[in-house]
Design a protein around this ligand. Structure first.
Ligand SMILES: [Fe+2]
Length: 422
């Protein structure tokens, strides 16, 4: 049999997602839900969400239903391996039986990692990089409460951790693991009202990446295509308003749904090098995942466009571009223009060189791994090379529709670091 005509990935897998509660007031049910799931003593993991009163509120609701709650609030952006291991230690010291995460992707991802570590008697989280690395799929139950619209981690089988073992070669890796899927997601737009303008915009571009990457990915997972396109439409319709009119319910709810269905799309439909580039830049500079995606997205769309003009034309339509007799190629180019317009409207930096003020200046109170973070992202050869190599090793790269080589990807990285799009 001549198999040379078969696609790269002829047999695809649909990955299940968890139960979810959505809508205003959904988070009020957390105590009852935790009790019904059998939680007796839970570890609540969060980045702190300082000044919102949200954590005290949720702890109160849990304890009102008799669920004793221990809080770990030191999770950093781009959660580090030590965040996961610290959480594990607290979980075992306090004989907890369950997890609650409150926040965005960092809180949910670190908590998913913690559950995997609990199931493997404290083995280091960095041993679980890659696809379905859990040897023991049974781990503690987990309710994930979202306060952002971006990550989709409350829904997906993915979690992302930064390995800080090597001082000179930090590595931000992805675990795609069916055992990491949460027990229950709570996506309440009311909790998203407090997300500041800048993070609303940046996280929104994570949604656009989660939706557009599976729509053109090499997996070509048909069940992902509808949700992907609809998430693009919702993001185009609602992200500007959610950013600049934070108490606009329709916009906040629209983005919450966009996050949720975009996660369903990439969960089985795969990602691409928008994410790989984002992980690489975070690995070395600890910069925000959504911000990295926003900068990488137009460059990667342009790079991938020749493989999928028709699909990018569909994306343009979902973003509100009218056909008016345009060819697919013209429509695809219009999709790129629409993405750049969205970036500009949301006042997002046009490249990584321009973004240095927006990196996280000193994590872990200046003592941790990235105490030097905030240094300038330089366009020098050595830096571009290390970013390119990190991209080529990323678990999202095989899903990218255009073949990725060092020589083909390196110019894309250079564009992201110092190119002009405005
Ligand atoms: Fe993402």
């Amino acid at each position: 049999m001549d198999t040379s005509q078969l696609w790269d990935m002829p047999i695809l897998e649909f990955h299940p997602i968890n139960r979810a509660l959505m809508g205003p007031g959904a988070y009020e049910l957390i105590g009852v839900e935790a009790k019904n799931l059998g939680f007796k003593k839970t570890l609540l993991m969060t980045s702190g969400i300082k000044g919102t009163g949200m954590i005290d509120d949720i702890v109160g609701k849990l304890e009102h239903e008799g669920v004793e709650t221990v809080v770990y609030d030191k999770i950093e952006s781009n959660p580090k391996d030590y965040n996961v291991m610290d959480g594990y230690q607290l979980y075992t010291e306090n004989s907890c039986d369950s997890f609650v995460s409150v926040g965005g992707g960092s809180s949910h991802d670190a908590t998913k990692g913690c559950r995997v570590v609990v199931a493997h008697d404290g083995r280091n989280i960095n041993e679980f990089e890659g696809f379905n690395k859990s040897e023991n799929p049974v781990n503690p139950p987990h309710i994930a409460v979202s306060t952002t619209a971006g990550t989709g981690s409350e829904t997906s089988w993915a979690y992302v951790i930064t390995d800080t073992t090597s001082e000179n070669a930090p590595h931000k890796w992805v675990g795609f693991d069916d055992a990491s899927v949460c027990t229950l997601a709570i996506n309440d737009p009311v909790l998203y009202y407090d997300l500041p303008e800048r993070f609303t915009a940046q996280c929104g571009f994570d949604v656009l990446a989660h939706a557009s990457e599976p729509y053109v990915s090499r997996l070509n997972m048909v069940p992902s295509l509808g949700p992907a396109l609809h998430a693009i439409k919702l993001t185009s319709e609602h992200l500007r308003t959610a950013t600049y009119d934070p108490h606009n319910f329709e916009a906040r709810r629209g983005m919450m749904y966009a996050q949720y269905i975009a996660a369903q799309a990439f969960n089985s439909g795969g990602l691409g090098i928008v994410h790989s580039i984002s992980h690489a830049v975070s690995a070395f500079y600890d910069s925000h995942h959504g911000l990295n995606n926003a900068i990488a997205l137009p460059r990667v769309w342009e790079f991938n466009m020749p493989t999928h003009y028709k699909r990018f034309a569909d994306i343009a339509e979902a973003m509100g571009v009218e056909r008016n007799g345009k060819t697919d190629v013209q429509m695809a180019e219009a999709a790129l223009d629409a993405a750049i317009e969205l970036l500009r409207d949301l006042e997002i930096s046009e490249n990584f060189e321009a973004v240095n003020k927006e990196t996280y200046p000193k994590n872990r109170m200046g003592e941790g791994f990235y105490s030097q973070a905030g240094v300038k992202i330089e366009p020098d050869d050595q830096n571009i090379d290390r970013l390119t190599n990190h991209v080529l090793e990323d678990a999202c790269t095989p899903g990218n529709p255009r073949e990725c080589y060092f020589e083909s990807v390196r110019p894309v990285i250079t564009e992201c670091v110092s190119g002009k799009i405005y």
